[in-house]
Design a protein around this ligand. Structure first.
Ligand code: DGL
Length: 353
């Protein structure tokens, strides 16, 4: 009987309806990195604008409604257009995320970011973040003071999703224009339209409108490919250098060969069709693999990826599966911190069928 009374008293204290308890809103930290969401249009040419001008405090002030959904704090990690993003900033971001969650400083994180390379930073973080807490990236296609600015709605939705338990354990997510995407599957598919992101192979994970999320399918692309990718294991030194070479009709191997001669640890080929390329690139790729350079056969084609049943497979080749060339590069950079063995690396890519 005594235990029952204690339980009821406990419930009363916790419950906002009957007890004196306060409903504590989820604690969300917004980490700002720049981009168009922080951009300012320069009249009279309304389409011309300068990205990465506003601070995270201003972004938060522009959407007062987020304070109804969460207790929000801001961190300004950097303020750059995302075409200038670098692996060193990726690592800084990942270390801040790890420290915030390890120290229980917040329940979820929103990262505001330029859209040009958002998919890359989000995927890198998805690979090295070992916490189950929600991490949601967002940005905008129109600057903050332009008619039809999409940033405020995207930021509101991102905060609501990061504060929603449905986002726990789903890996890093991207919210843009009322759609929810996995970091591993999302890519930018339009240069200027607010509907600028898609997952070409699986579609969006769900939608979020007015802060209400609905997920279509449980995420089958959960992030941590290899616990040895944990950000705490990554030394302060630079990551292995991996470059991307595009193939096309008549492509020479000049660029490929120059990258190998200049010390590339790995090369991703953005091939034609199902990961194919010119004769010259094919010959250079086989030679590079024999000399210990990791080579991934990816494709410039938006859908389908590259599976192991390629034309003219060669010993030591790695195929990108569903990862785009720019994401295959990121996985290969991290894989090379663990192994140079093609079969071991291929098993990591096979996590993204
Ligand atoms: N310079 C681009 C960037 O920062 C602008 C695109 C955007 O943020 O939407 O990614």
């Amino acid at each position: 009987m005594k235990k029952y009374i204690l339980t009821v008293l406990g419930m009363l204290c916790l419950s906002p309806v009957w007890g004196q308890g306060q409903v504590t809103k989820p604690r969300i930290t917004i980490i700002a990195t720049g981009g168009t969401i922080a951009g300012i249009a320069a009249p009279p040419a309304e389409n011309a604008y300068t990205p990465a001008q506003l601070t995270v405090e201003t972004l938060i002030r522009q959407v007062p409604q987020i304070n109804n959904k969460a207790s929000v704090k801001g961190i300004q990690l950097c303020n750059i257009a995302s075409q200038y993003m670098t692996p060193r900033i990726w690592i800084r971001l990942a270390r801040v995320v790890d420290s915030l969650f390890s120290g229980d400083h917040c329940d979820g994180i929103v990262v505001t970011h330029g859209t040009d390379t958002m998919e890359e930073t989000a995927f890198f973080l998805d690979l090295v973040n070992s916490h189950e807490n929600p991490v949601v990236f967002t940005g905008s296609m129109r600057p903050s003071n332009s008619p039809g600015a999409d940033g405020p709605a995207n930021l509101y939705n991102a905060v609501c999703l990061a504060a929603d338990r449905v986002a726990v354990g789903k890996g890093v997510l991207v919210v843009m224009n009322d759609h929810i995407f996995s970091a591993s599957g999302v890519t930018k598919t339009h240069t200027v339209n607010p509907q600028a992101f898609e997952n070409p192979n699986r579609g969006p994970m769900g939608t979020i409108r007015g802060g209400i999320a609905s997920l279509y399918y449980p995420l089958c692309e959960k992030n941590v490919v290899d616990e040895r990718f944990s950000i705490r294991e990554l030394a302060n030194t630079d990551l292995p250098r991996v470059d991307i070479v595009l193939s096309y009709a008549g492509a020479t191997s000049l660029l490929f060969d120059a990258l190998v001669e200049n010390g590339a640890d790995g090369i991703v080929i953005a091939g034609v069709g199902h990961g194919n390329y010119s004769y010259q690139i094919e010959n250079s790729a086989k030679k590079a693999v024999q000399n210990g350079v990791a080579v991934v056969r990816a494709t410039r084609v938006l859908q389908g990826g590259v599976s192991s049943d390629t034309e003219n497979p060669f010993e030591g080749q790695i195929v990108s599966r569903s990862l785009s060339p720019q994401k295959a590069r990121i996985l290969l950079m991290l894989a090379l911190t663990v192994s140079h063995e093609p079969d071991t690396i291929q098993r990591m890519f096979d996590q993204y069928p």
